[in-house]
Ligand binder design. Structure first.
Ligand code: GDP
Ligand code: MG
Length: 248
């Protein structure tokens, strides 16, 4: 089964090469038939040049550029244009431990329609800021209460989907940004597709304590989250309401 892994990114010139350098040998070692797609939306830093250089170096890597921002938009576009059987994506910061990837792929091979990394099920190891933990738990609790879905973690940046169900789900997904993940899962569950949740090891940037000396040395290169929290929360609330109305 052919595997396509999208790395959606925006202004990630400091980490994109490290990401491919880690991911590519991992996939090779597993003997997967794979491609890696760097999906860049409107980056204004050196992401395009660096990505093109990576493509020349690694034959399995392709670069895809969109001029409008939005992680959902990038995923829609690359998934639609890929001919792979299993479509995955993962965040460029590799916050999720790669050891979970074969589990996602096996779930799809074993007839699940979607497999998702989860930070909110038993067995997950999570290091993230207190505020993000609370927001994540609150958001997923709201999804269960309002939309009556059954999965625990809608927003983990580590998912795989069977291409067979894509045609039925993708055209219905309206969101082009962060809520895209929730919408895909909501549509899939309501359509009766099987979703497997897999506990992951998730380490958010900046949550591992470093010595004062290393901290000082690396000060410039500490990566900040690309999520604008307030704007994203408001969009989530509107979007949940949109799905609730559609369900009626
Ligand atoms: N294609 C694309 N990717 C994006 C965009 N915004 C953020 N990303 C990527 O989405 C992934 C998750 O972002 P991150 O800041 O790590 O989110 P967090 O872990 O939830 O704080 C990273 O690979 C980002 O580069 C965007 O507008 N388009
Ligand atoms: Mg991240």
């Amino acid at each position: 089964m052919k595997l396509s892994i999208t790395i959606p990114l925006y202004n990630e010139d400091e980490i994109v090469e490290a990401c491919v350098k880690k991911l590519n040998p991992f996939l090779k070692k597993k003997k997967y038939d794979y491609e890696i797609i760097i999906a860049d939306n409107a980056s204004t830093d050196k992401t395009p040049e660096i990505s093109k250089k990576i493509c020349r170096k690694y034959k399995k890597v392709k670069y895809f550029r969109l001029e409008q921002k939005g992680r959902g938009r990038a995923l829609k576009k690359t998934w639609k244009s890929s001919n792979a059987d299993i479509l995955c994506y993962m965040d460029a910061d590799l916050a999720t431990g790669l050891e979970a990837l074969p589990k996602l792929i096996n779930a799809i091979r074993n007839n699940y329609d979607i497999a998702i990394g989860s930070r909110l099920v038993k067995g997950a190891i999570v290091k993230r800021s207190f505020s993000r933990e609370i927001l994540s738990r609150g958001y997923n609790f709201m999804l269960r209460k309002i939309l009556r879905i059954h999965f625990r973690d809608a927003q983990c940046g580590f998912k795989a989907i069977n291409r067979k169900i894509l045609r039925k789900i993708l055209p219905k997904a309206e969101d082009n940004e962060w809520f895209f993940d929730t919408e895909i899962l909501f549509l899939a569950e309501k359509a009766g597709f099987k979703i497997k949740e897999i506990p992951v090891r998730w380490i958010e940037e900046g949550t591992i304590k470093k010595s004062k000396k290393t901290e000082k040395k690396n000060k410039k290169s500490v990566r900040k989250s690309k999520v604008k929290l307030l704007k994203t929360i408001l969009n989530y609330l509107n979007s949940v309401n949109r799905l609730r109305k559609r369900e009626k």
